[in-house]
Design a protein around this ligand. Structure first.
Ligand code: AP5
Ligand code: ZN
Length: 208
């Protein structure tokens, strides 16, 4: 299936995308991971304000559309089924996506702001596997893993607040866009991870 997963920063897109790729035969296309792996690439020839994605990301701002559109276009061309995570984040990107591919299901993980802040400031990443943890909700069992966990550069309180503002201003209209099109499948994201997964899985199975 061709799956789009929408949600605010910290809503659980990455966590549920990992479940989806385990269960269904699809690629995980994530603009956030792709940009983090290429934070220092030179984008100055694309007529951007800053020379690399890093400046945008560390401040919680959106990386320019031209850069992100190119990443998604290339990834979609190589994928059969996919779960797309982190894109589209504004209406221009949503229109771009419409020209690039059809979608079978559009999920929206609905989580309130207070919980989002708690999840983001407590998130830890395993740099070796890319696995996502949380100091309270989902700590690793293996002390060796725990010792190497890292915090994402943009998970500081100040940047989190800016990311949530960018979400409200730019990405909430995208949620409305799919809602108005009658294709948005809202999932209650403020449940335990396993319960969210049950709902996500059932929604995909119904749509596919
Ligand atoms: P990106 O990497 O996409 O970040 P984001 O959208 O802010 O989302 P996150 O990855 O922070 O959260 P998530 O929803 O994946 O949650 P997770 O599963 O990790 O983008 C980063 C930056 O890149 C942007 O700010 C921008 O600069 C740039 N960028 C990316 N895409 C772009 C685009 N299209 N255009 C322009 N710029 C772009 O979970 C969070 C935490 O909660 C974890 O600790 C997890 O363990 C925990 N958790 C998850 N589910 C639950 C649950 N059910 N209960 C309790 N805890 C849970
Ligand atoms: Zn993510």
């Amino acid at each position: 299936p061709r799956i789009l997963i929408l949600g605010a920063p910290g809503a659980g897109k990455g966590t549920q995308s990992a479940n989806i790729t385990d269960e269904f035969d699809v690629d995980h296309i994530t603009t956030g991971d792709a940009l983090r792996a290429n934070k220092d690439m030179d984008i100055s020839d694309m007529d951007t304000e800053y020379d690399t994605p890093r400046e945008y990301m560390d401040q919680g701002e959106l990386v320019p559309d031209a850069v992100v559109n190119a990443i998604v276009d290339e990834a979609l061309n190589q994928a059969d089924g996919f779960v797309l995570d982190g894109y589209p984040r504004n209406l221009e990107q949503a229109e771009e996506l419409q020209d690039m591919t059809d979608l079978d299901v559009v999920l929206y993980l609905d989580v309130g702001e207070e919980e989002l802040i708690h999840r983001l400031t407590g998130r830890r990443m395993d740099p070796e596997t890319g696995d996502i943890y949380h100091v309270e909700y989902n700590p690793p069992e293996d002390p060796e893993v725990e010792a190497r966990l890292e915090q994402r550069d943009d998970d500081t309180e100040e940047t989190v607040k800016e990311r949530l503002r960018v979400f409200r201003d730019n990405t909430e209209p995208v949620i409305e866009y799919y809602e108005d099109a009658g294709v948005l499948e809202r999932v209650e994201g403020e449940q335990a991870p396993d319960e969210v997964w049950e709902d996500v899985k059932a929604t995909i199975e119904d749509a596919a």
